[in-house]
Write a protein that binds this ligand. Structure first.
Ligand code: AMP
Length: 113
């Protein structure tokens, strides 16, 4: 998608603080961290958000969750972490490209505000 920030980060035309990359997804640190560890994992192929997942395009979600589990081990997040995907206006989604926030290294309130 020509005008999508995370597509540009995925293709490398906008720089990011990259944590992990493979042929299907990219993990990079959030520019405005909400926890001592806060990174995002995105599919390289554009998907608007979790609200447009289908049987045809949802395999990437399982892949991303296995990548998150691997990164959590590498980053020693044994005390736990939170995976969040915001959807739409009420969900607080500001970038319309599917992404999973991973937040860790502090106690996270529940329910969220
Ligand atoms: P959301 O509000 O759930 O759509 O999440 C978008 C996230 O992207 C926010 O936490 C932003 O801080 C983060 N963000 C925006 N621009 C960048 C960027 N250039 N590099 C890294 N993270 C970004």
């Amino acid at each position: 998608m020509a005008d999508c920030l995370f597509c540009k980060i995925a293709e490398g035309s906008i720089p990011s603080n990259k944590l992990y990359e493979d042929e299907r997804c990219l993990a990079f640190y959030d520019i405005d961290p909400q926890a001592p560890v806060h990174f995002l994992v995105i599919p390289k192929a554009h998907i608007d958000g979790a609200d447009v997942l289908t049987e045809e395009n949802a395999d990437i979600v399982a892949h991303i969750f296995t990548v998150i589990a691997k990164l959590a081990k590498e980053l020693s997040l044994e005390k736990g972490y939170r995976v969040v995907t915001n959807v739409g206006e009420d969900g607080g989604q500001s970038v319309r490209h599917l992404h999973f926030h991973v937040l860790a290294k502090r106690s996270l309130a529940w329910p969220p505000g």
